[in-house]
Write a protein that binds this ligand. Structure first.
Ligand code: ADP
Ligand code: ZN
Ligand code: ZN
Length: 750
């Protein structure tokens, strides 16, 4: 038998199938399963991943040829190929798009888009030149002239300097006068043996500390599981400041000593430079760092260091779960409850859950670390599916910070004036700063004012593209949409009724910063939120200055609450605990509880004890009560009862199916077709419940009208089958690509 003559290829397009290609004799023996190939697809050339080889084609009819084999050896080890199939299957995502997310190797390809004149083009040019032309015809004429010699031209250069040149080129293409070819070409990448990426700076790198009794026990347990060489998942539940990072580090060390590799996922590297630095200082050039701040080339270099086995530890954000390590011993997910582990575009995978599956495929140990585990994770720990290890006390037996809840209704009753800061918080800040301590002030809302309201008619200023009111940002003196980025000037009067009486309502972090500056003029103050952190490295810089004591007052959104190890913080103030409680999301209470516990955990980590002041209008809400008591188990019990009652995760599998289109009636029509489809399926028979269609909570987003189906089922298989069937139905009915958004285990229902 000769070399296989056919192969199946997963191409990065929004279609569920793989496609079969012929392997031309010239490429015989060079195409490998798990390797990349360049293939023609419609008008384009695409890079796909080979999923199978065969002697006979799987389908009849003429087949196209593979153009180039890019990897004679499998690029992806077998467990990663299996992980890709799992992600595609579980999240109902196209396999080719999963591979695209898995392989951060875009810098290895040059993308080109070129145009060429077709047969009728010269004739049209002659006609146009012979007569008077309007503006569009003038542009057409110029484009055709530039292509006159019949040679292909780079599109970007071709349309340069022409008003709506791209649009006109599209028109010419549709009229069949011009041909546009897009393709990619492998680039010769010069991979120099690279130095590892180190974070410069003077963070906490001393001799190894002596482990606490609890840490020691956790390390021994994890080591035992690694040595046993069998898959297991461990929830490492440790209160804030209990030294989880040290446990990760020792577990990784012991893997390396046994010749096995290790993977550590963290929520956001820009916010945890100390963690990356610690691992770099302990493991040197055996560490590769993978995160979104890397340029495509740097990323490629780090990827190959791992693939070649030069680096045996990967530290990175969500997509590092696909790091090409072999012989993995441990897969660690720090702050496993963090929402940034869920990818917001296709494939919408959860990095933590993919990490557990990866560990399973590799016979490794998954370690999920948190002070406030996601409800799903605790649920599995209690059912025995995950093992649970606890770090119940802080390092050095430091006490957890004492939390005081301030009822803002009572505060108003007593003072008779509305205030951003209660007397308890204002006095607390004053005293903490005077005593040489540091203060964190949290308000989890960006901008200056939440929205602009007309006192006369009640209208707010809405985004032109989304059904969302715009937020005022004083720094930029603009109204901004937090969903699509639209920015516009402030209106002078109400746009509905022309009344000049328009007011800002609801404060954001910018306003809190301003109020703190005027109340505490001597403080060394900075603000940290997505607006200030937009400048690369700015977040890192602010955090460093705070750690060094160059700043003593830090105000911001949840960014200031994440795992930072600030030693000098003696007071944490929460301006409003209510911001997240009001969101239309069944996880609102869980998010509030986690955020409050996390931010409270920033206080009292050093020699001085810490205090926390939480302001709220709902002091009796259980999320606030349990957070103030730092009682995770109490919160878990109550929240689980609520989830059970309303059929929400972790007791029910959930998927969100959104139909979206620029055109309202197209979106409506498609939702109706899907609704009829679900009714015909009689989903109740399998325990599946389909709610909707209903307008999504954000009924219009980035100009799309959106209708939502929520699918709930106690049986995950039934849920996945229903999703697949619905997607197949949508294809049969020729829904345009991208009209259906599928989100399995959604973290946001907006
Ligand atoms: P967590 O992530 O659990 O909130 P960290 O890992 O940030 O806690 O650890 C808190 C602090 O305790 C850090 O400054 C860390 O360096 C320190 N630490 C951890 N383990 C020990 C130990 N065994 N002895 C002394 N200090 C420790
Ligand atoms: Zn008005
Ligand atoms: Zn918008």
């Amino acid at each position: 038998m000769g070399a296989p003559a056919y192969c199946d290829v997963a191409v990065p397009v929004p279609l569920p199938d793989t496609f079969t290609y012929r392997i031309p004799p010239a490429l015989a023996g060079q195409v490998a399963v798990g390797g990349r190939v360049l293939v023609p697809f419609r008008q384009r050339k695409l890079v796909g991943v080979v999923t199978a080889l065969a002697a006979e084609p799987r389908v009849g009819g003429p087949l196209k040829d593979v153009l180039e084999a890019l990897d004679a050896e499998p690029l992806l080890p077998a467990p990663l190929q299996e992980l890709a199939r799992w992600v595609a299957d579980y999240y109902a995502a196209p396999l080719g798009e999963v591979y695209r997310a898995m392989l951060p190797l875009h810098s290895e390809f040059a993308r080109r888009e070129r145009a060429r004149l077709r047969a009728g083009g010269a004739e049209r040019l002659a006609t146009l030149e012979a007569r008077e032309r309007n503006e569009a015809e003038q542009a057409d004429c110029e484009l055709l002239r530039r292509l006159q010699d019949g040679k292909p031209r780079n599109v970007a250069r071709l349309v340069r300097g022409l008003a709506s040149g791209r649009h006109r080129l599209g028109c010419l293409r549709r009229q069949g006068l011009v041909e546009v070819v897009r393709d990619v070409r492998p680039k010769q990448l010069q991979v120099k043996p690279s130095a590892p990426l180190l974070f410069e700076g003077d963070w906490s790198s001393a001799a190894l500390p002596v482990l606490t009794v609890e840490q020691e026990r956790a390390v021994v347990e994890i080591e035992g599981l690694v040595v046993a060489g069998q898959f297991a998942t461990v929830l490492l539940q440790g209160v804030t400041g209990s030294g989880k990072t040290e446990v990760y580090s020792r577990a990784i060390q012991s893997c390396l000593e046994r010749g096995r590799a290790a993977l550590l996922l963290v929520p956001e590297i820009a916010l945890t430079p100390a963690v990356a630095e610690l691992f770099a200082s302990r493991f040197g050039d055996r560490v590769a760092v993978l995160h979104s701040g890397l340029g495509p080339r740097e990323r490629s270099v780090e990827w190959w260091r791992l693939r070649r086995g030069e680096a045996r530890v990967a530290v990175g954000t969500r997509s590092a779960v696909f790091a090409p390590l072999e012989n993995l011993g441990v897969v660690i997910v720090d702050e496993e409850q963090d929402a940034s582990y869920k990818q917001a575009e296709t494939p919408r995978y959860h990095g933590r859950d993919a990490a557990v599956v990866r560990a399973k495929l590799e016979g490794a140990v998954a370690v999920l670390g948190s002070a406030t585990p996601a409800l799903e994770t605790s649920f599995h720990a209690r059912s025995g599916r995950y093992q649970r290890l606890e770090l119940a006390t802080r390092v050095g037996e430091r006490p957890l910070a004492e939390v005081r809840v301030v009822d803002m209704r009572a505060e108003f009753e007593e003072t008779k004036r509305p205030a951003l800061f209660s007397r308890a918080l204002a006095d607390g800040i004053e005293r903490a700063l005077a005593d040489g301590g540091q203060v964190l002030v949290l308000l989890n809302r960006r901008g200056y004012a939440n929205f602009l309201l007309c006192r006369k008619c009640g209208a707010t200023v809405q985004c032109a593209n989304c059904s969302i009111s715009l937020t005022f940002h004083r720094g930029r003196n603009r109204l901004l949409c937090h969903y699509c980025g639209l920015a516009r000037n402030l209106p002078q009067a109400c746009e509905k009724c022309a009344s000049p009486h328009i007011y800002f309502v609801g404060e954001g972090a910018e306003k809190v910063e301003e109020a703190l500056r005027s109340a505490f003029p001597g403080a060394r103050l900075a603000r940290l939120d997505r607006d200030t952190a937009a400048a690369r490295r700015r977040a890192e810089q602010i955090l460093r200055q705070f750690v060094r004591g160059q700043l003593n007052l830090l105000v911001g959104t949840q960014m200031i609450a994440k795992g930072h190890d600030f030693q000098g913080v003696t007071l944490v103030g929460v301006v409003s605990a209510d911001v997240m409680l009001g969101l239309p999301d069944f996880r609102a209470a869980e998010r509030t509880f986690q955020l409050l516990t996390q931010v409270a955990g920033r206080a009292g980590r050093g020699a001085l004890p810490g205090r926390v002041v939480v302001q709220t209008y709902y002091p009796d809400h259980y999320a606030i009560r349990f957070a103030a008591a730092q009682d995770y188990d109490g919160f878990y019990e109550q929240e689980l009862r609520f989830r059970r009652l309303l059929h929400y995760p972790p007791l029910t599998a959930l998927a969100n199916l959104v139909v979206r289109d620029r055109n309202l009636s197209a979106a409506l029509r498609a939702s109706r077709l899907l609704q009829e489809f679900f009714q015909r399926q009689r989903p109740e028979a399998s325990g599946l419940r389909v709610l909707g269609p209903a307008p999504a909570p954000i009924a219009r987003l980035k100009r799309d009208y959106r209708f939502q189906f929520l699918l709930k089922s106690p049986d995950r298989r039934a849920l996945q089958e229903a999703l697949r069937a619905a997607l197949a139905h949508a294809r049969a009915k020729e829904f345009p690509a991208g009209m259906l958004l599928v989100d399995v285990d959604p973290l946001s229902l907006l």
